[in-house]
Design a protein around this ligand. Sequence first.
Ligand code: AP5
Ligand code: MG
Length: 221
Amino acid sequence: MSVFIVLLGAPGAGKGTQAKLLAAKTGLPHISSGDIFRENLKNQTELGKLAQQYMSKGELVPDDVTIAMIRERLSRPDCARGAILDGFPRTPAQAEALDAMLAELGGRVGVVPFIDVPEDELVERLSGRLICRAQGHIFHKKFNPPKVPGVCDYDGSELYQREDDKPEVVRNRIRVYLEQTMPLVAYYEKKGLLVKIDGTQPIDKVTEALWAVLPEEAKSA
Ligand code: AP5
Ligand code: MG
């Protein structure tokens, strides 16, 4: 049975940073709904243009669109062992849809690490975040600086600031997170899958804490 890891956490909690590290260690694919929307926007697809209308304001893309996109992604062969999910699900309807999809695919949610970071730190993280144009590698001006300013350590591409990391959009993203995504903490707690992780630790310590709670099947490629 395939095993899916659901990373929960506020905007800026470190989901993307940790998902990339865990994907490299486990060999499982990293599936970020935000990255897929941004990739579609870069390619000017209809999905990308639609998603942008919501993302630019810090609102969620409608559930039906998001669920259909993830359904297609999870049906690809590279998800046969499972995946690290980053940013999906983030509403109760998405969580229920994920359970239904996994029941069809013969998979299960193995663990739901909730990366907990206080709000004032989230704002500082997002205001200093830098992303690489080519593959979305994540840096921070102060907390995780690239070796050469403005250049990605991994692929040499240009680093930029995300449009939705402007302070007024960040505030709305946090509000939307508290209203629409926080209910998932109780949803997964009830299922006995939630594990709280202290997201204020240094990046490598957070990775260690996550590694310790991963199911064994996720660790063995
Ligand atoms: P998405 O791209 O998922 O953004 P998000 O959830 O707001 O999360 P972020 O990517 O901002 O934060 P992160 O937790 O990944 O943190 P990161 O590792 O980068 O979604 C964007 C938009 O797309 C949404 O607003 C919505 O419109 C739409 N969308 C996406 N999914 C959707 C869905 N399922 N349904 C509907 N709409 C959806 O780290 C942040 C910074 O902190 C970095 O600079 C990093 O270097 C630094 N950092 C990381 N860890 C540490 C640490 N331990 N110590 C110090 N600094 C750290
Ligand atoms: Mg992210």
